[in-house]
Design a binder for this molecule. Sequence first.
Ligand code: HEM
Length: 522
Amino acid sequence: MEVLMRPAVLAPVVVLVTYTIYQLFFKASTLPKKLPIIGYRKGQWLPMMRARWRNAANFKETILEAEREFPDQAVVLPIAGGGDMVLLPRSEIQFVVDQPDSVLCMHTQVLESLQADYVFADPSLVHNPLHHKLVSTTLTSQIGNLVPDVAEETAFSFAKEWGTDTEWKELCLYETMCRVIGSVTNRVFVGKPSCRDPELLRLGMKYAKFVPTTAQLLRLIPKPLRTLAGPLASIPAHICTRQFEAVLRPEIQRRLADYDARQRDPEDKSIAPGPNDFLQWSIHQAKETGDPYMWTTATLAGRVLLLNFAAIHTSAFSITSAILDLVFSKQEYVDELRAEIEHVLAEHGGEWNKRALAKMVKLDSIMRESSRLNSFVTVGLARRVVAPGGITTPSGVEIPQGATVVVPSYTVMQDEGVYPDPHEFKPFRFAEQRSDESVEYVKRAAKSFATTSTDFLAFGHGRNACPGRFFAANELKLMLAHMVLSYDLEIKGPGGRPRNTWFGLIRVPPMAANIRIKRRAT
Ligand code: HEM
């Protein structure tokens, strides 16, 4: 006790505690003073802090209040652990999209919101995300060649998770979809057999949970304390990274050896050509940089893990929602969808390919409609103001450097004016719009699942929209089609579709929901 009372120990403790209390309770927001603050109740004790917790606890009500009370006005959204964000009105979505990265920067926002310098074992992979380029260019251009692999893996994983017997059984939809998505997605990331390695899949999913939860925890801690808390809180994510690398190491080493052998003697036909997957493209990209750090097993495995983080939960949420929406709609919709898939597939000789998928307009429409209704993006296009002088929005609001702006997504995608009967799942809403020949072709095509707009923000919008969305769209459609052709589904018990859940700013499908399924007799 005496030791604790020594000035050399006591003084820093008092400074830290005072600073923390100041940061948590008294620090004024740097955001524009004149804007309405959602959740702020005048006359209450510590109104800003209470607004932050109130909004974090019930974000749905927060954004509905913003829409109801200030429909065409910028407002401040204070969020515990999320910083104080400025929610711009929907009329300014295009303004956000149009700003260069030197003014509104997504990357800076991602680094901060994921607390990248602590959470990622090698932050340089996130600071220099070479893998994004491979996703937006190589992966997207290879979709046509990858569809047969995706189809094979889909059939394999569904059989493994849902079985092949024709008896009814009950299972947890989200859990099984995470594993199916994990295998199918990793088939194009690391190929067969690694994509079926249960340990690789388990670590990929575990990591995708650790990253956002650790980041959220750290954001609640005042910045100076994070230098202490960050490394400690990030230990589980770092261990997971090392374990993932260990699982992939033999595959990476084998591929590097083959790659080098091929480079030494391109004529040697005894060395098989490299597989067509992300890991192989990454090796090639790394070698082209000439920097050996880029092709260490840690770097290559780290990039695969980062993509698992970006792809698995997002895709699992989407397919879970779509299946629930369909099961809880009408049998005639399922029949109509099945008829489309069977017809188009027969036209293509029973083979899955990109052209066949593109012709299944009803299938595409279901995925877009379900994403519209259930997207986890409730406010979108989160961007950090990086312009030294801040920005002035079209409506004249001045926002300082360092602030975060977001735009409404949940309320836009459920707006009666844009989507009649907005709360209803209308599976063929977009298919009907696409078949309206009085509308010019380009506008009709813009209603496809992967096409973003200021009214459809499930994948973001503009230059920074999700680079994996074209692959995701094809993968998810294939999965849904396979499911509809191969299984019958039944609703468990009375009551409607189980509701989505809100976790802070994110809305997710009911992860514990069970469904009853049965393999269809062939
Ligand atoms: C249905 C599935 C998916 C959804 C709904 C989704 C949604 C999103 C959204 C909303 C963003 C942020 C865009 C913005 O702020 O403007 C994003 C970014 C991203 N997505 Fe996706 N995504 C999906 C699947 C995938 C897949 C399969 C991949 C990889 C193959 C992928 C890779 C990425 C990457 C690399 C980023 C950029 C992240 C960053 O810059 O830090 N996504 N995605």
